[in-house]
Design a protein around this ligand. Structure first.
Ligand code: ADP
Ligand code: MG
Length: 352
């Protein structure tokens, strides 16, 4: 589908590099006050406010490693490439303001394919109210490479780090976990069925939420806004890109604390529970090790418990302990199991 043999498609060389950039970015509008100069010069110019600190983060996505174009529509890929970066900005308690987008692209992609990619980038930029202020474009011999850099700002001293969780703090997570990983499993399964029988029509009705979480994740811009409204400042925060257990370990190791995580408190969507049953997977393992959920994991002081306890967006899943007590999962059966980077029951050994 992406092969550039169809003569109705436009080859990148027809436009040239400058023509291509102009073409792809012509609909991008500047909306942030801090953007002085966007795309078009040697560098973008941003203004800074002395009351703020600037947050910068980058992610690199490589075809065949981070995404598979056989089930990832380019529009969704563009959207997701932006979202994964914004999630890191929001995890610093900052507001995202600008991004740059760099692509390495082989001539197997026609201009129309890149238009789709940029449509996704444009949709995300509008939805999250950020400006696309630059990037770079280069050729690639094989697959597609996308790198997004996101810039954000936060009031001085209000950035929230990973290494500042304190003993007795509550461990809190937004949304629910495990769905994006299962969405990928469903898509991989359908891809295999399709390879054997291209006539097959997948019935994905039971997996809509899972597939949406994999193909069109959202970043939790709302959580730092919600916490401000509730007048809660998290003591530490991280986004969940690699699975709950690995992010808990980051917070605990960097903060030099321990943690008890309660299995029965881990938030799971009904589709996660039913699909785990169908795939004979353990839902706790998936939540702990699946990854790509882009939820926020944070700690708050015990005093803030009344402010967050009834909030439907937030689940209190554990508490921080002394470093000497270690990092544990307390199971439904009240067993205490050390948490390891890939969960207490490695996904690999579970699957193979
Ligand atoms: P330079 O030769 O100085 O690197 P380029 O020709 O690569 O400049 O880029 C020209 C302008 O277009 C710059 O503002 C750059 O940031 C922007 N730009 C280049 N590639 C992209 C891209 N893939 N997406 C968005 N903006 C881009
Ligand atoms: Mg350049």
């Amino acid at each position: 589908m992406l092969e550039n043999k169809d003569t109705s498609k436009t080859s990148i060389s027809d436009l040239g590099e400058f023509g291509l950039i102009d073409h792809l970015t012509k609909n991008f509008k500047i909306s942030q006050k801090s953007t002085v100069k966007g795309i078009g010069d040697d560098a973008a110019v941003l203004s800074s406010d002395s009351t703020k600190e600037i947050v910068v983060t980058t992610d690199l996505l490589v075809e065949g490693v981070h995404f598979d174009l056989s089930y990832m529509p380019l529009k969704h890929l563009g959207y997701k490439a932006v979202v994964v970066n914004l999630s890191d900005v929001y995890a610093m308690n900052a507001e995202a303001t600008q991004i740059t987008v760099s692509i390495g692209v082989s001539n197997r992609f026609p201009v129309e394919a890149l238009e789709e990619l940029y449509e996704g980038i444009h949709t995300a930029a509008k939805y999250y109210n950020i400006d696309v202020v630059g990037g770079d474009t280069t050729s690639s011999k094989t697959g597609l490479i996308i790198s997004v850099t996101a810039i954000g700002s936060v009031n001085k001293g209000e950035a929230v780090y990973r290494d500042t969780a304190k003993e007795n703090d509550l461990l809190v997570v937004s949304g629910d976990l495990g769905a994006a990983y299962l969405g990928l499993q469903v898509l991989e399964r359908e891809k295999k069925v399709f390879e054997v029988n291209p006539q097959s029509q997948p019935d994905l009705d039971n997996y809509t939420y899972l597939i949406e979480r994999q193909l069109k994740p959202e970043a939790r811009k709302d959580i730092s806004e919600l916490l401000k409204e509730l007048e809660v400042k998290p003591t530490s925060m991280i986004d969940i890109s690699d699975g709950l257990s690995s992010e808990i370990l980051h917070i605990c190791k960097q903060s030099k604390v321990g943690c008890n995580l309660y299995e029965d408190k881990i938030p799971l969507d009904q589709q996660v529970i039913s699909t785990c049953e169908e795939f004979k997977l353990d839902s706790t393992t998936i939540a702990l090790s699946g990854g790509e959920d882009y939820e926020l994991l944070f700690t708050v002081s015990m005093e803030d418990f009344p402010k967050i306890k009834a909030n439907p967006n937030l689940s209190i899943i554990g508490h921080i302990t002394n470093e000497k007590e270690g990092i544990h999962l307390i199971t439904r059966g009240n067993e205490k199991i050390p948490l390891i980077a890939r969960g207490w029951n490695s996904l690999d050994s579970n699957q193979e």
